[in-house]
Structure formats: C-alpha cells, structure tokens
Ligand binder design. Structure first.
Ligand code: HSE
Length: 440
C-alpha cells in the first residue's frame, strides 16, 4: 500500500524532530501502522531555511512551500500536522484543513483549550480526526492514558507538573536558595525559558494543558475561560524553605478534580508532601498523577517538551490516524474520550467554591497575644489548623514569621478570614497564601 501522505505546517524544533524520527524509525513505524507514513510537503514562511533543513534531514522529493494553504489544497495530502502554534493563523488553517477533509495532528494546546469545542465539532461533522497527544506534557502519552487506558474508571482527579520551564525555575530556587527573578534570568540564559516567558511563568501554558485534561477526564467541554490561573512570579525563596521544613515541596500544579457540584479546574503553586513521587520531579521534567476509582493512583513521568520527545507524541498520533483512516468515523475514539452526544454539563466551579488546605505566612509583630488573635479569627471562620511554625524574632527587630498550615476549607471562607487577619495592626505585610494538596 502506498504511504499515507503528511503535510507539515511549520518546521521548527518539533517539526524537524518529527521529520528525523519518522526517517530513523520508518520501518518500525510502518510495521505498527500497517503502511508507511511519509511527509511529502512542508510549509514554512522561511522557505530557504526549511529547504536546507529538509535536505539535511534527507527529505528528497519533499515539496517546501511558503503558503500553508497549498498543503491543505493538495488532494494527495491525507494528514495535516499543525506546528505553528497560537490562536491566529493556526486556527484558520486547522479549520480549513478540516473543511478540506484532512485529518489534523496538532501540538497546539492554546488553540484547543480556547477553541476546542468549535474545532472538534467541525471535525466530527466532517468525519475527520483531530489528534493532540503532543499538546499535553510533550512526550508523555497522557492523552492516550486518560482517553483509552483508563476508560473503565470514574476519574476523581488529575494533578500534574505540566510546565517544564516553571518546574526548572522552582527546582533551582529550592536547590540554590535563590529568588524567582534571579533564577528566571539564568533559565533564559540556558534556554529553559523563552525571551518572553509570560505564558509559562504566569501559569497560562499549564492551564491550557489542564483544561484539555479536564475535558477528557470528565467528559466536559474545553473551557479555558473558566480555569483559575496563578503563576509562580510572586513565590519567595522563603516560602520554599519554610515548606521544606514542614515536609513539603512547592510545585506549580495543574489540577482538574471532581468535586461536590462540579469540577475544579485550577493552576497555582501548591505545597505537596515531599514524600510523594511527584514532589521529586525536578528540572524541566513533567509528571501527571491520575486518580481513578478502579485503578487507584497512577503516575506518568517524562519529558514535557523538546524536539524528539514531542515528535514522539506527534508520530504516535500519525500512527493512530493512519490505522483508523479508513474506519467508519463512528467507530473511532471520540476526540474528548466521551461520545460527543454524552458530554456532561457539570459546571467548572468558581475558585471561591474550591475546597483545599492552605499554607499561610504572616509577618507579624512579635508581641503577646498575636498568635491568639490570628488563630481566633481562623477559629471564628471554622478553619481548623493543622500545624503552626513560629520563627524566633529576627535579630534587631521585633518582627517574626508565623507559618500556619490549615485543614481543608472553602476558598471563599479563607478569603474572608484573610481579609480580617490582614486588618490586624500586628500583621505587618501582605499575608502569603499558598494552597496545599495532599494528593492521597
Ligand atoms: N513551554 C512549555 C514548558 C513547553 O515549559 O513546559 C511547551 O508546552
């Protein structure tokens, strides 16, 4: 049988990795897919660089064009791989490819988290597949695991370190005792963080990925606009050290959780017990923990970015699409794991309704009765304390840090209690609040 024909839109880091791995492992891949998979067209605005790259990768006979629409219009192309990124032109091209009856493979988490509903509906109508394993946690096959491997389960929660840049920064802050700004600069110098790192450090990239996981874990539409997003820019080295003394590590977690009355969908720094495996995921690595009612806890670990790790996910999608290319569209795995007519309308809960425990750090006047005032206000709000740590007053000052760990409480209740605590004259600086997840 002649190979299935693939057109690449964009040949950057992931595109060239895809080219390279497909070439290197072509026989192994063909034995799996049942036919060859050949990239026959590449579209890239920088055609000169793309031609050089394709030639250096041994891509004889591959057509390189500047206009992505030439790839979409080519009747010989069966699968379009979108590696442009962003919501702009990438969205138009994906919609056009679907309309032209092409299957789409994409690594574009931003596009799917924001416009997924429209894209999946269009694909469903046209009878084509949109595969997106590379969009979440790079090389880790977490989409496959959630959508197929765990399909017996009622999934309770998914929690992941799904942004390598921020995990690298947090690991460095902890290892070297440095503050965020210093480590960010170092991460940019080493190429771990982009020149404009906003999406990573503000938690947006992780929220895109958590949104996609929430949809396939619970069978709800993709709703990035409902996600709570908080990054790591305000984390102080002091909190990482205090957390450590209390037996916790701080990680940026993407969390999707089944709760009373809805789904929690949130990204924020979280204390997690140092003894959990996921707490020991360091550097730019990713990991996702999934809790299902039948299987219990499962953990997935690997490289969340990079040329060949991400290509590994792109090619796995190409193999899937190739195998199912001729199958009746109704017999394929649904895009969001659940049949399109069986999606749930469980709401994504507002952050005020989320229930979790907390780490609080208060800079207070070291005077009699201050601890009692603070714990009194927590008690009045029905917030139960798990642990308290008080440092000796700093030399030459009459100020100290008071660290409090709480048991589970509603975020709205905590907000009200914190407003009252903040108003105490003995509380000398904005209270630091970091959520805590036991992940058990
Ligand atoms: N910028 C992402 C990260 C990789 O740092 O993990 C692509 O999503």
């Amino acid at each position: 049988m002649k190979p299935i024909q693939v057109g690449l839109l964009g040949i950057g880091t992931v595109g060239s990795g895809t080219f390279q791995v497909l070439q290197r492992n072509q026989q192994e891949i063909e034995r799996r897919a049942g036919r060859g998979i050949a990239i026959t067209m590449v579209a890239d605005l920088n055609t000169e660089r793309a031609r050089e790259l394709v030639a250096s990768l041994g891509g004889d006979g591959v057509r390189v064009v500047a206009d992505a629409r030439e790839v979409i219009a080519n009747p010989d192309i069966d699968i379009v791989v979108e590696l442009i990124g962003g919501y702009g032109i990438a969205k138009a091209l994906v919609m056009e490819a679907i309309a032209a009856g092409k299957h789409v493979v994409t690594a574009n988490k931003a596009l799917l988290a924001v416009h997924g509903t429209e894209i999946f509906e269009a694909a469903q109508k046209r009878g084509v597949m949109v595969a997106f394993e590379a969009a979440v946690a790079g090389g880790i096959p977490i989409i496959k695991a959630l959508r197929e491997g765990l399909s017996a389960n009622r999934i309770q929660w998914v929690a992941g370190i799904i942004n390598g840049t921020t995990n690298f920064i947090l690991s460095e802050m902890r290892d070297k005792g440095l503050d965020f700004d210093v480590v960010l600069k170092e991460a940019q110098r080493l190429g771990y963080a982009e020149a404009d790192p906003t999406f990573d450090i503000e938690g947006v990239d992780a929220a895109h990925k958590a949104t996609l996981m929430s949809a396939i874990a619970f069978g709800i539409p993709v709703q990035f606009d409902k996600a709570y997003v908080e990054g790591i820019t305000k984390l102080a080295g002091a909190d990482i050290r205090y957390a450590e003394q209390l037996g916790y590590r701080i990680k940026l977690l993407g969390i999707a959780k089944r709760a009373k009355g809805g789904i929690e969908l949130r990204v924020h720094p979280s204390l997690i017990p140092a003894k959990r495996l996921i707490a020991n995921v360091e550097g730019a690595m990713n990991a996702v923990v999934v809790q299902g009612d039948a299987v219990g806890t499962t953990l997935y670990y690997g490289k969340g970015a990079g040329s060949e790790p991400t290509a590994s996910a792109v090619i796995a999608d190409l193999v899937d699409v190739t195998r199912l290319h001729t199958a009746d569209p109704h017999h394929r795995v649904p895009h969001l794991a659940f049949q399109p007519g069986s999606l749930s309308n469980l709401p994504v809960l507002p952050m005020s309704e989320v229930v979790t425990s907390y780490y609080l750090r208060l800079r207070v006047a070291d005077e009699a009765g201050v601890l009692a005032q603070v714990t009194g206000l927590l008690a009045q709000s029905g917030i139960s304390i798990d642990a308290v740590l008080q440092r000796e007053a700093e030399e030459g000052t009459r100020q100290t840090d008071l660290i409090i760990l709480t048991h589970d409480t509603r975020e709205g209740t905590m907000n009200d209690a914190l407003a009252q605590i903040q108003a105490l004259p003995a509380v000398l600086a904005p209270v630091v609040r970091i959520r805590k997840e036991e992940l058990n």
